[in-house]
Design a protein around this ligand. Structure first.
Ligand SMILES: *Cc1c(COP(=O)(O)O)cnc(C)c1O
Length: 416
């Protein structure tokens, strides 16, 4: 029952001896397997490529592992572009799906030869002025309204700041064609963290139909369709995960039904998954350092929201394993807290767990994406190290922890 960490207690005891807690631990074997299964699920499509959303886990070692598995990167900022470049990703291995984009970021994206994905119709003129219009370009679509699967409302695109309306898509394609674009792409991201095999196929069908319409209306060559991110992971222990093979086949079916009869069977499918690729392949490892008995029972750990913001920010559930106590009854109700002067700095509220003693090592699950990456420096707290567990079980530090001197490094005009 429940979730099992990808490390054993014995392995983790050794790792904790070498690296002080808290730290993020990544599982290289799991990352490679996830990438291989994704590529297999979409192998029916000749040009398929996953562009890993760098913002989920911006670490060069992780990006290089993914590159070895055939993935590119999806960037939306200057530093993400720079990191991709420094990791050796070539132009067509980089997607630039930004919004509210500063000119300098378009300039770098164009210089690197990244595929630019325009978020708005006004960005055509802006890009033309800033960097010039490339021959390959993509436009981001937002149909508005709500996105539902059957009777389930999945998300609310009508409230989202991203993408162009349906009439703007036509107008943008015509304008870009006039400006010399040779190959077009369509991108859309309509629902986040979906835990259903239906999301990608439903999105794909919508985008494939749109592609056929746009091609008829504008006569342009549509080279690729980017399904973006949004395939989620089961954060809850009793939740069933997605089956990527079923998802791949669902997209395949829509492809054969819509694009092939329209003579568009050469369209490449792209994805920009972040969470699906990395979340389950990362743990936040932390130690219990205090117990407090007041109006509630508290366990204080040495990690805080600076290391993992999702619970504080979204009330997100992250499963916790108390290492070595997997078989003990969950008969204690705890709030598991960090040390920030913010009452929402809690990794778990009213969570039933085994009795926790000071010094116990806790694994917080599914932190490999949007975990370390969302960290900040509130309360002057420092970001943790990132450790990679390799396929042979050995470990490597792939980012050191911040030091107080890092924190003070940007302060000018004072001598501390
Ligand atoms: C955040 C983001 C992704 C990745 O989303 P996940 O939910 O991590 O899969 C992909 N593309 C764009 C443009 C994004 O902003």
């Amino acid at each position: 029952m429940g979730k099992k960490p990808f490390v054993t207690k014995e392995q983790l005891d050794n790792i904790v001896k070498e690296y002080p807690t808290p730290f993020h631990l990544y599982d290289e074997k799991g990352i490679r397997e996830t990438a291989r299964n994704l590529n297999k699920a979409f192998s029916w499509n000749k040009g398929f490529k996953e562009y890993f959303a760098v913002k989920a886990t911006p670490n060069p070692t992780i990006l290089k592992i993914l590159r070895e598995e055939g993935c590119g990167t999806d960037c939306s900022s200057l530093t993400e572009l720079m990191m991709s470049d420094r990791c050796g990703f070539q132009g067509n291995e980089i997607m630039f799906s930004s919004n509210d984009t500063p000119a300098e970021e378009f300039v770098l994206a164009k210089k690197l030869g990244a595929t630019i994905n325009l978020d708005d119709i006004t960005h055509i003129e802006f890009l033309k002025e800033a960097a010039g219009i490339p021959e390959v370009i993509s436009c981001r679509y937002n149909p508005g309204g709500v996105f539902s699967l059957g009777t389930d409302i999945m998300d609310n695109p009508g409230d989202a700041k991203y993408g162009m309306t349906r009439p703007q898509m036509t107008e943008a394609f015509l304008k870009l064609k006039e400006l010399g674009v040779k190959e077009f792409g369509i991108h859309s991201f309509l629902a986040s963290n979906t835990v259903t095999n239906e999301y990608y196929p439903a999105l794909a069908k919508q985008l494939f139909e749109l592609a056929v319409e746009l091609q008829k209306e504008t006569g342009v060559h549509i080279g690729f369709i980017n399904l973006s991110g949004g395939v989620g992971v089961p954060y809850l222990p009793d939740q069933e995960g997605n089956d990527i093979a079923v998802i791949g086949e669902g997209v395949h079916k829509a492809f054969d039904e819509v694009l092939v009869p329209a003579g568009m069977g050469d369209v490449k499918i792209f994805t920009e998954l972040g969470r699906y690729m990395l979340a389950p392949n990362g743990h936040l490892v932390t130690k219990a350092i205090h117990e407090k008995h007041t109006h509630k029972e508290y366990i204080g750990v040495d990690a805080c929201a600076v290391n993992l913001m999702r619970p504080a920010m979204y009330g997100a559930y992250h499963h916790i394993t108390v290492m070595g106590k997997e078989d003990q009854p969950c008969d204690h109700m705890y709030d598991v807290t960090g040390s920030l002067c913010e009452n929402n700095d809690k990794f778990a509220i009213d969570r039933m767990l085994p009795k926790i003693d000071k010094g116990d090592v806790l694994v917080i699950h599914d932190t490999g994406a949007h975990g370390f990456a969302m960290g900040y420096n509130y309360n002057g707290k420092l970001k943790s190290a990132e450790i990679l567990m390799k396929e042979d079980g050995s470990t490597e530090m792939i980012r050191r922890a911040e030091t107080p001197e890092d924190y003070f490094a940007t302060i000018e005009g004072f001598n501390f």
